[in-house]
Write a protein that binds this ligand. Structure first.
Ligand code: NIG
Ligand code: FE
Length: 413
């Protein structure tokens, strides 16, 4: 099966030589080819270049992309897409003046979602999550990370991870699973955080490892949730089972989580709305990708991650949705890219690099997705007829997608 896309107005994020991620000034460069062709063979990118060099061979299918652009599909490296029900009630409470922290301290927030998730059947949880994954694929996401963390019992955490595994098996996009048992201390362990951490380490982790249910280990390192010491304990345990750290840090307060992440060679440190100079400095010249989640800042009205300062200081940055029922109930990467430009002063080039190749790196998928490179999955966005790629973030609240292709095939579901 060979597909030729011809007369592509602009082929975006073309990397002939594979790159792992892009940092600092280089983020403002987005290599493209105008009036291009792209050939897909057996689901992989086989060749591309200017139309003048397009080979004459025979193809199973030819797509005329005149007026349209092609870019690698979005890489969303931080989601909690498997959850039960929603939290519109808390949304209205916040509109009326209650803060996210106050709602959480009254048993709302993560504990509210956990209660719902503990009582839903695995099949219902799968059906709810299936709708969400199909929605985000239609919005151009072609690689995804999903966390547990709304179970908060061994049984419910395993249920979440099995649902993630089923999504992984049933959809043609790479899905990575993260164990986030340390998302909040459940009601039953109030005043006994150590007991809960012991449960996660001694009972949950061995089962997760035995059934191969997660690649990454995460913890909510935050005041009133888990301390730096708790983070060290969980990351140490996760690593002993082969799980790679990817952690929530500096969302509301800066307590040293970034330093711990770097020390434990976390693949990414995510949120960073409250970033001190020492946090920024410690990230320099490391393999840890900082990840900004502007949907959370938008929805909760908290500061945006200081992307401009980070990039100007030479750091890389990835963008992700944080899709979850409490702080970012949207999995729309198009809107994330737009918010990055409008609210974080990133240029369209920087935002697209952050949402593709850097997002791929933050999931350990940089060899498979995130750029137009020979041998990578042909997970692609074919745009509508647009004037420039800058129109994608400019037209906020809309998407400019004509068709999504996964491994070279149109996603029709
Ligand atoms: O990434 N910060 C911790 N976890 C989620 C929100 C959880 C919730 O409110 O349900 C986040 O923002
Ligand atoms: Fe999150």
């Amino acid at each position: 099966m060979t597909t030729l896309f011809k007369h592509i107005k602009e082929l975006i994020q073309v990397r002939k030589e594979p790159v792992s991620f892009i940092s600092g000034k280089e983020m403002s460069e987005l290599p493209t080819i105008k009036d291009a062709f792209l050939i897909v063979e057996h689901g992989l990118i086989a060749d591309f270049g200017p139309m003048a060099d397009c080979p004459k061979g025979t193809f199973s299918e030819i797509v005329d992309a005149t007026g349209k652009m092609i870019l690698p599909s979005w890489c969303d490296s931080h989601t909690h897409l498997v959850f039960a029900g929603n939290r519109e009630g808390e949304f209205v409470d916040r509109i009326k003046g209650l803060s996210y922290e106050v709602i959480a301290s009254r048993g709302g927030g993560i504990l509210n979602s956990a209660k719902k998730l503990q009582h839903i059947s695995e099949e219902d949880l799968y059906q709810q999550s299936k709708k969400r994954i199909e929605d985000v694929i239609r919005l151009g996401t072609g690689a995804l990370e999903i966390k547990s963390g709304y179970g908060l019992t061994v049984a419910a955490e395993l249920k979440m991870l099995r649902v993630i595994k089923r999504l992984k098996e049933n959809y043609p996009i790479p899905v990575k699973a993260t164990f986030l048992g340390a998302h909040a201390v459940p009601e039953e362990y109030k005043g006994n955080k150590e007991g809960y951490l012991r449960l996660l380490i001694e009972e949950a982790l061995p089962k997760i490892a035995a059934d191969n249910l997660a690649e990454f280990i995460d913890i909510f390192c935050e005041t009133n949730y888990f301390s730096v010491e708790d983070t060290e304990l969980i990351l140490e345990a996760g690593k002993s089972y082969g799980l790679i750290p990817k952690i929530h840090v500096n969302q509301f307060t800066a307590i040293g989580g970034v330093q711990t992440g770097v020390r434990y060679e976390a693949l990414s440190v995510d949120h960073l709305e409250e970033l001190r100079t020492e946090d920024l400095e410690v990230l320099k010249n490391t393999s840890t990708m900082p990840v900004a989640l502007p949907g959370c800042s938008y929805f909760l009205g908290i500061p945006y991650t200081p992307a401009r300062k980070m990039i100007d200081d030479g750091l890389p940055l990835a963008l992700a949705t944080d899709y979850n029922p409490g702080s970012s109930p949207s999995g729309n990467m198009n809107f994330v890219v737009s918010m990055a430009c409008v609210k974080m002063n990133m240029t369209p080039e920087e935002a697209i690099n952050a949402a593709t190749i850097n997002g791929a790196y933050a999931m350990g998928l940089e060899h498979k997705v995130g750029s137009i490179t020979r041998g990578k999955y042909a997970n692609l966005i074919l745009t509508k007829d647009i004037s420039s790629y800058g129109f994608i973030p400019y037209s906020f609240g809309n998407h400019q997608i004509d068709q999504v292709y996964l491994k070279g095939k149109p996603f029709l579901s």
